[in-house]
Structures are given as structure tokens and as C-alpha cells.
Ligand binder design. Structure first.
Ligand code: ARG
Length: 601
């Protein structure tokens, strides 16, 4: 026979039960079986399945060309890639997912999904809940190290980006049933503490009564003490001794340190509270007691060397070494990070450690990861677990194209920035007459959801590596790719369902969803791509992929709604179910982006 024949018996029929929500993965499984039949001598060929961009089908399998390259010469029955494609198509096990297959160009196998299967799968999700479409990852525990501001220094927009991006990544992993250790790696152990403590003692002899109000602004306090440090050699000397006494664990110094940290912590908390972000603080100080042991082990492995009075780790491909003990014998950022990665891998048993900081720290992390590989804590081969990833991001710019700052001060107070976004969206609601219609609580909650959502979405929708411009008018625009537009779109869907007067819970069980109209089918297909998109966004650490999906979803919904009458039509039940499925998926997207949905506008 010209082609390997299709196995009729023994080829597994793929049933509903096996469908995990990820269409691409499911098709890849089917094509994997087909590839094994097509070329049994090449058992390790990875099925290459992708959503189609052209209109020949919904998905395509792209293995024919590369498989041809492997087997030509050995297998004379194939005359070229199209014949290989044909065989891949013919060897595909029967599945209720697939309506039809065709070959295009040099052997691409196009798949048209069965719209009955699509409709059934969406309805099943409505009954089982969206969690039934959660990605299945092979790891159990991850660390996401994010936000991580420095005590007594400014918490700037870079930390805001880290907080927003890190929270979204953590949410995607948690949705995928990974236990996430959300780590706030605050800078609470630098040499600046000597100066701060000494200044505290000087300014407040009864420092134990000192609270936030007395110190006022911790940043200003930091500046003042820095001035004192630079101007007065006596003070400087005392400050340096204070560091030693703090690190030596002297009680009075530890207490003063704890107090300063507490004030900072409260300030950070106000930002987290507004953003609805949860973090667990394990600051630099936490790892300090472990540093000597870790460095000792690294030294015994021969990784740590002496260089110009410092202890360093040399790393291939970098012209500077990683300094782990400074010439004065003190530890630094790198000693802490080497210890933290050791702790996370060996004590906390995390399989994936994700660090979210600006791109400026890329080299630092690349060196720490390489050093961890040399120590044997991380595998050398990429892609396998455990693994460590640096999630870098670009700058936030002001309208002037320079680093974002407010008019009044050289830094942006993050709390003010979030309050401003909320105030603006509140004003918008009042201008639209909601003051008469809604309760004060409704207004507050909606203003928060929209204002904070706008700030988050404006950040997340860009590829994180690019810089973006912070602009209230843009992010609060109710048209275009903004949170406001998306939140309103969701609220409109909810109001369609409400106005129908139907009990949607009842319809889920008794009604039947169909996808007969072309725009219903387009929307249905997009809904079914949710799981694979979340998985991609999560595995590639790119929340913008999810934002793009969400925006396209609302566009596809709006085409559907223009073309298909819902309430009062013959297809009302089915279409209400499709509205509900869209709202459910949108809400999950909002959730994964850390945005609170609104239900009315
Ligand atoms: N505190 C650092 C900063 O503000 C970020 C810490 C990131 N995490 C880490 N493990 N180094 O830049």
C-alpha cells in the first residue's frame, strides 16, 4: 500500500471524558498517535499543532515537511511532503472533536472542529465550571518573587509593575493548581540601616514610643539621615558601628530595625490593599543566617574564589564575577540571592522560581542561575524542572517620554496614583448620573474596580519587556483596548441575561447550546481556546497574551451580538447560554489579571 493503513480496531476513540479544555493539546494527542502510525521508525516526533490563521480550518498540524525531511530516502512510498500530510490525515484516530480534515500546500493538515462537539464542550464547562478548563501543569510548587520594595526607600512604579505582573503570574499558576509561595523579597538588610537607626536614636531618644506619625514620611527620614551621614564624619562612624551591632543581634538595634521595617511595611500594605494583592514577606534578612552555610558549601565545591580581596564566583560568558563576599567581609545582594535560591530549591522544594524585576537586573539573575547550575541545584538542561526564570519588564514613562514622575515630587507616591485613578473613574460615574441611581457603596466599588483595573490592565496589556507610557486619559477611555471597555462589555452581557428574565442556572441544565450561525461558531471557537491561551501565557510568563485573548473575546462577542438577535429570538436559550459562557470566561480572565469585574453600568 502507498500509505500506512489506518488502524480501524485498536485506535482509541477520544471521548468527552478525556477532554481537559485544551483543544490544542487534545488535537496534539490525536496527531501524536497518527504520527506514530505514519512513521513508526521515528517514535519521538513532537506533534506540531497550531490554531489556523487562514480560513481552511480551525487548527492545523504542521509535521509533514519536517517528517518528510527525516524519512525521505528511507521510505519510497512517500513522494513528498503532501503525501506525508495525506498519511498523517488518514492515520488520525476517529474523534468526535473533528468534523473534517484537508491537506493544504506542502502537507499542512487542516482540521475543522465539529460544531456539535464544540457546543457540547462549552455547555459542559458551564455545568462543571471554568476550573474544569484550567491548565494542567506538571509541577506542584512554585515561588513567585515579586513586588519586593526596599525598606525606607521609595516604592516606585517599577515595584508597582512587579506587583501587578507578579500577581497575575501567581494567579495563573494557582489556577493551574500549582501551590504558589508569593514572596515579597523586601530589601530590609542593607547597610542603610546603620544610618537609619543611628538617626532614629538621635532624633527620638525615646525611640520606643516612636510611631509612624512621629517619623512622618519614611522617605524624607531616609533623606535626612543620608544628609547627616554624608555631612558628619562622627555620625558616619556611629552609623557604621550600628550596622555591626545590628548584625551582631544587639537587642536595642534589632528593635529599632524592626520598628523602621514596620513603618515601611504599613506603607507598602496600603498599596497591596488597594490592588487586592496578597504577598508573604520573606525579606533579605530572613536569608541572612543561612548565608555562611551556603557559602561554605559553595567554597567546598570549589565555586567560590578569592579575587581582589573579595570572594567571588566566576561564571562562563560573563566578564565580571558574582561577588558574594565584599572586601570588607560583608554580604551583599548576590550573597542573599544565592542563599535564597538555595533555600527555595532545597528547603522549600519549589520546582519553578520566578523573579519579577525590571530588565536592569537581568544579568544579576542570569549569573545567580548559572551559579546555581554549577552548584548542581538547578539542572543544566533548559526547560526541565526545577527551573528559575527572570521575568524582566521595561520602564513606565510619563507623557514627556521620560521616566514617570509626578509634577510635585521627584518620585510618584503609588497610593496617590491609585487614588487618582479611582477618583477619576468615580467622577465619570457621577457625571453619568449614577449618583442618583446607585448607592454610595455601588459607586465606590465600581470606581475602585474600574480605576485600579485600568491601571493594572494598562500595564499588563503590553509585552512586559517594552516601556509604556502612563496616561490616565488613555487607560480610562471607555473605547479601545482598555479595562474600562472590557469591564463595560462584561456588564452589558450580564444585563442582557438579566433582562431576558430567564433563570440561567436552569437553562444550563435544560437548554441546549448550538453554534449554527457563523458568528456563534467564531465566538464558540474563541471560548474553547481559553485553556490553551492561559497555559501559553503562564508557561511563557506573558500576561499580555491573556489580555489580547480577552480583548478579542469581547470583539467577537460584539460581532455575534450585532449579527444574532438574542432575547426574543427562536434561538434565545442557546444564545443566552453563549452569552453566559462568554461572561464566565471574561470573568476568569479578569480574575487572572487581578481585575474585579463589574456587573452593571
Ligand atoms: N529589592 C529589589 C529592588 O527593589 C528587588 C528584589 C527582587 N528579588 C530578588 N530576589 N532579588 O530592586
Amino acid at each position: 500500500p502507498a500509505f500506512a493503513t489506518r488502524m480501524q480496531s485498536g485506535s482509541p476513540m477520544v471521548t468527552d471524558e478525556e477532554f481537559t479544555g485544551n483543544v490544542k493539546a487534545q488535537l496534539a494527542k490525536l496527531f501524536g498517535l497518527s504520527l506514530k502510525l505514519t512513521a513508526p521508525e521515528e517514535p519521538d516526533v513532537e506533534p506540531l499543532v497550531a490554531a489556523c490563521t487562514a480560513k481552511f480550518g480551525d487548527y492545523q498540524c504542521n509535521n509533514a515537511m519536517s517528517l518528510w525531511a527525516k524519512i525521505k530516502g528511507k521510505r519510497t512510498q512517500f513522494r513528498g511532503p503532501p503525501a506525508v500530510g495525506e498519511a498523517i490525515k488518514n492515520n488520525l484516530p476517529p474523534s468526535e472533536m473533528i468534523e473534517s480534515c484537508s491537506i493544504a500546500g506542502p502537507g499542512f493538515v487542516n482540521v475543522v472542529l465539529s460544531k456539535n462537539w464544540m457546543a457540547k464542550s462549552i455547555q459542559k464547562m458551564l455545568i462543571d465550571g471554568i476550573d474544569s478548563w484550567a491548565p494542567k501543569l506538571s509541577i506542584k510548587r512554585a515561588v513567585v518573587d515579586f513586588s519586593s520594595p526596599n525598606i525606607a526607600k521609595e516604592m516606585h512604579v517599577g515595584h508597582l509593575r512587579s506587583t501587578i505582573i507578579g500577581d497575575s503570574l501567581a494567579r495563573m499558576l494557582e489556577f493551574s493548581k500549582v501551590e504558589v509561595l508569593r514572596r515579597n523579597h523586601v530589601g530590609d538588610w542593607g547597610t542603610q540601616f546603620g544610618m537609619l537607626i543611628e538617626f532614629l536614636f538621635e532624633k527620638f531618644p525615646n525611640y520606643e514610643d516612636v510611631n509612624e506619625k512621629a517619623i512622618g514620611d519614611l522617605q524624607a527620614f531616609y533623606k535626612e539621615s543620608k544628609q547627616r551621614f554624608d555631612a558628619d564624619p562622627d555620625f558616619k562612624e556611629r552609623a557604621q558601628r550600628a550596622v555591626v551591632r545590628l548584625q551582631g543581634g544587639e537587642d536595642r538595634y534589632r528593635r529599632a530595625w524592626a520598628q523602621i521595617c514596620e513603618i515601611s511595611r504599613n506603607e507598602f500594605q496600603r498599596v497591596y490593599q488597594r490592588l487586592g494583592v496578597h504577598l508573604e514577606e520573606k525579606g533579605e534578612s530572613f536569608y541572612n543566617p543561612y548565608i555562611p552555610g551556603v557559602l561554605k558549601a559553595l567554597t567546598e565545591q570549589g565555586l567560590v574564589e578569592e579575587s581582589q580581596g573579595c570572594q567571588v564566583i566566576f561564571i562562563d560568558g560573563f566578564n565580571i564575577p558574582l561577588i558574594v563576599v565584599k572586601s570588607d567581609g560583608g554580604y551583599n545582594y548576590a550573597s542573599t540571592d544565592m542563599t535564597a535560591i538555595w533555600y527555595r530549591l532545597n528547603e522549600e522544594r519549589a520546582e519553578w522560581i520566578i523573579y519579577v524585576t525590571d530588565v536592569g537586573q537581568q544579568q544579576h539573575f542570569a549569573m545567580v542561575f548559572k551559579a546555581a547550575q554549577r552548584a548542581g541545584w538547578l539542572p543544566v538542561v533548559d526547560r526541565s524542572y526545577p527551573k528559575a526564570s527572570h521575568v524582566g519588564f521595561g520602564l513606565v514613562l510619563g507623557d514627556d517620554g521620560k521616566r514617570f514622575r509626578t509634577r510635585s515630587s521627584e518620585v510618584v507616591r503609588l497610593v496617590d496614583l491609585l487614588d487618582e485613578a479611582k477618583a477619576r473613574s468615580k467622577k465619570e460615574l457621577i457625571d453619568r448620573g449614577k449618583g442618583q441611581e446607585w448607592t454610595e457603596e455601588d459607586i465606590e466599588q465600581t470606581a475602585e474596580a474600574v480605576g485600579y483595573g485600568a491601571v493594572k490592565y494598562a500595564d499588563l496589556k503590553n509585552n512586559r519587556l517594552t516601556n509604556y507610557t502612563f496616561n490616565y486619559d488613555q487607560m480610562l477611555n471607555d473605547k479601545g483596548n482598555t479595562a474600562v471597555y472590557l469591564l463595560y462589555a462584561h456588564a452589558r452581557i450580564c444585563s442582557i441575561i438579566r433582562k431576558s428574565g430567564k433563570d440561567i442556572e436552569e437553562l444550563k441544565k435544560t437548554g441546549t447550546l448550538v453554534l449554527d450561525h457563523v458568528d456563534e461558531r467564531v465566538l464558540g471557537l474563541h471560548l474553547l481556546q481559553f485553556a490553551e491561551v492561559v497555559e501559553e501565557a503562564c508557561m511563557n510568563l506573558l500576561p499580555n497574551v491573556l489580555c489580547e485573548y480577552l480583548y478579542n473575546l469581547s470583539e467577537k462577542f460584539s460581532t455575534f451580538y450585532q449579527q444574532c438577535k438574542v432575547v426574543g429570538s427562536e434561538e434565545e436559550t442557546s444564545r443566552l447560554l453563549l452569552c453566559e459562557a462568554t461572561a464566565v470566561v471574561m470573568r476568569k480572565c479578569f480574575y487572572l489579571l487581578g481585575i474585579t469585574p463589574i456587573y452593571k453600568i
